[in-house]
Design a protein. Sequence first.
Length: 142
Amino acid sequence: MTRLLDEHGTRLRNIDGVGPVLAARTLGRSGRASRFPTAAAYANYTGTAPVQIASADASHHRLSRFGDRQLNSAIHTIAMIQIRMPSSAGRAFYDKKIAEGKSPRSAARALKRHLATHLWRVTLADEKRSIRAASRESLTAA
């Protein structure tokens, strides 16, 4: 997997909590990042976009039960790893949400949504970088 990820040129493994297995699962389940027009569309596809539940005077958010469940599981694993790493950016984000008064479950939900956006941006940048490299190679070969 490591060799294939190196050939793909992804920088997903630079994210805290993402090793070769989670990077491969994320890439394999997501496909091309450019097929999603926005980070919100990607979050909806992964099932990390919150769904608003309103009843009487109360309004809450919960995780969507739709989307790619295997990809959602991979993002959940990354989030839990980051929460357990005291110096990770994910832990800082989680602690900030707790300080804002959110419950631990809500803070983890927000972290998953945040991670979906970050993963989409990294894979989109990797895709654009590989397209530029391929076009440079075709120019030098011609």
